[in-house]
Design a protein around this ligand. Structure first.
Ligand SMILES: C[S@@+](CC[C@H](N)C(=O)[O-])C[C@H]1O[C@@H](n2cnc3c(N)ncnc32)[C@H](O)[C@@H]1O
Length: 237
């Protein structure tokens, strides 16, 4: 199995983005001392960057293997919403040819990461400078990606083959935050993949909704869906 090059600051963000990487020992500390202490102390000083890098690689590899059974990853334009540290995008880039990634992320780290449904969408755990560094440091060519700050930048108005948002769009914050934007950029063939607790709702939004994963293990049990083509008249609010 491979690994990602990373330093302590990047490992910390990965740990905040992917809860399955938190070891039972660190989870215990979170339980005892609370989420504020976990976010600001445990995740900074009591972690092993090397083992986080290895475990993150393993988890992202599993994600890529699952997605590649549904999607063809050669020469595609991919929009990643809430990509975290982009381990998935790095693996797609190194295993398949000719892909280009537009990445939308937030550029701040919440003081207390809670992982719940975020009504106002003001929770985030990323730094765009570190994300840019991580991608280049793990052999993604600068010409193969661009990064947009959700809160500051105009979002890219291009067409994409795939929009991918794992455990972000409609998992942590409402699809509505992106709906108007997505309506502008999705074409008939664009496939959008995300995790949600309410796949039935999206049958009113899209012409086609396919469930490809049923995640019962996590606190926010969710389904991973692939959707295509906005309905002309949708019943969503
Ligand atoms: C649970 S993490 C998942 C990261 C990554 N997709 C993964 O599977 O490892 C959710 C990510 O969404 C980002 N995020 C939160 N609100 C966002 C928004 N409005 N637009 C884009 N990204 C957002 C957070 O900063 C965080 O990196």
């Amino acid at each position: 199995m491979g690994y990602f090059n990373l330093d302590r600051d990047i490992a910390r963000l990965i740990l905040l983005q992917r809860t399955e990487i938190i070891t039972p020992k660190l989870k215990n500390l979170r339980k005892i001392f609370g989420r504020y202490f976990f976010t600001n102390f445990v995740s900074k000083y009591l972690i092993s960057p090397k083992s986080i890098g290895a475990r993150y690689y393993e988890v992202m590899h599993q994600e890529m293997n699952q997605l590649k059974t549904h999607l063809n990853f050669e020469n595609k334009k991919i929009l990643s919403i809430g990509s975290g540290m982009c381990g998935l995008e790095l693996l797609i880039n190194s295993n398949f040819k000719g892909n280009f990634f537009s990445i939308i992320e937030k550029n701040y780290i919440s003081k207390k990461v809670t992982y719940g449904w975020d009504e106002k969408n003001d929770e985030a755990y990323n730094r765009i400078d570190l994300l840019n560094f991580f991608l280049i440091n793990n052999d993604m060519d600068k010409k193969n990606f661009e990064i947009f700050d959700y809160d500051k930048d105009d979002l890219p108005l291009k067409t994409y083959d795939y929009v991918i948002s794992l455990y972000s769009l409609d998992y942590h914050y409402d699809f509505l935050f992106y709906k108007d934007y997505l309506k502008k950029i999705l074409n008939e063939n664009t496939m959008i993949i995300f995790d949600t607790v309410r796949p039935e709702f999206f049958k009113n939004v899209f012409e086609s909704v396919e469930v490809i994963q049923n995640e019962e293990k996590t606190i926010h049990s969710s389904k991973r869906i692939i959707c295509k083509k906005f309905k002309k008249i949708s019943c969503d609010k």
